[in-house]
Design a protein around this ligand. Structure first.
Ligand code: ADP
Ligand code: MG
Length: 272
């Protein structure tokens, strides 16, 4: 968007978390406290803890994580010898195991989408060990019911795309929306939306001479409706499979990046 705000960059870090996982590495947990906000640091860190899976229950895994959504805190318990040590970590927001996709969307992502349409660049970054709920949070499962409502398991991306379309349509805006979907795996960038023969070649990072970095040959897919996004996500996710079969329980070292580019034409008061 051609206005000054477009140079602003903001970020939300979503940390999906399993209730059995230790949090010591996040000791400095929150990326944004009151002082940061005063200094204008536009980063928020949000923690989401998923519920126990059937495997966790079967293995009788003890719970070591307790979420306090009201105080935006996570309490992690560790047994050292016969001593129990509790540590508390603060975040900008905490979503416990019973939090719903819609709650996280309405409280965190809805406001971001509104700001994106005002010209701010936004990044939502989901970081966490394999199996903690990154894909569930960002993409989710389900789709739409016949009445047009989202299935309760639908995640951030389809909901955001729908909100973008709904808002732009309501404003009668002249706009276009394009998406890209890449995977970073083993230091190589793969275009998850490319046609088969093209996707075999890794994408190269190039500099444009003005200090910006771009990806040469990256496929940008035009999206005309929110429903198309399911097809695009499925198409891209199917390509991710080779990485996922090599899964190890710490990390499959695969990172995906889904980008939405919106262009809006605004008419100045003199009609130009
Ligand atoms: P990741 O992408 O981080 O490796 P997934 O999103 O694939 O992890 O989640 C692992 C499993 O846990 C999936 O079966 C997913 O459906 C389930 N899951 C993750 N988060 C939640 C949640 N908040 N509520 C219910 N199920 C969840
Ligand atoms: Mg995943």
């Amino acid at each position: 968007m051609e206005n000054t705000k477009s140079y602003q960059q903001r970020r939300v870090s979503l940390m999906p978390f399993s209730p059995t996982q230790m949090l010591w590495s996040a000791e400095n947990g929150s990326g944004c406290n009151k002082d940061d906000k005063d200094k204008g640091v536009n980063v928020q860190v949000i923690l989401r803890c998923r519920p126990f899976s059937e495997d966790d229950v079967r293995a009788k895994t003890p719970a070591v994580v307790a979420c306090n959504e009201d105080k935006q805190e996570v309490i992690v318990t560790q047994n050292m010898g016969n001593k129990q040590i509790d540590k508390t970590f603060s975040f900008d927001k905490v979503f416990g195991p019973s939090s719903r996709q819609k709650d996280l969307y309405d409280q965190v992502v809805g406001p971001i989408v509104r700001e994106a349409l005002e010209g701010y660049n936004w990044t939502i970054f989901a970081y966490g060990q394999t199996g903690t709920g990154k894909t569930y949070t960002m993409e989710g499962e389900g789709g739409k019911a016949k009445n047009g409502e989202f299935h309760e398991d639908v995640g951030v991306i389809p909901r955001a795309v729908e909100q973008l379309f709904d808002t732009l349509e309501a404003q009668n805006a002249e706009y276009s929306m394009k998406v890209t979907y890449i995977e970073l795996y083993n230091e190589e960038i793969t275009d998850l939306l490319a046609l088969d023969d093209k996707s075999k070649k890794p994408i190269t990072l190039m500099e444009d001479g003005k200090g910006a970095v771009f990806m040469r040959g990256l496929e940008e897919e035009l999206v005309r409706s929110a429903d198309e996004i399911y097809h695009i996500l499925q198409k891209g996710s199917a390509r991710k499979h080779t990485a996922e079969t090599l899964i190890n329980t710490q990390s499959n070292r695969s990172h995906s990046l889904f980008t939405i580019i919106i262009q809006i034409k605004e008419h100045a008061s003199d009609g130009v």
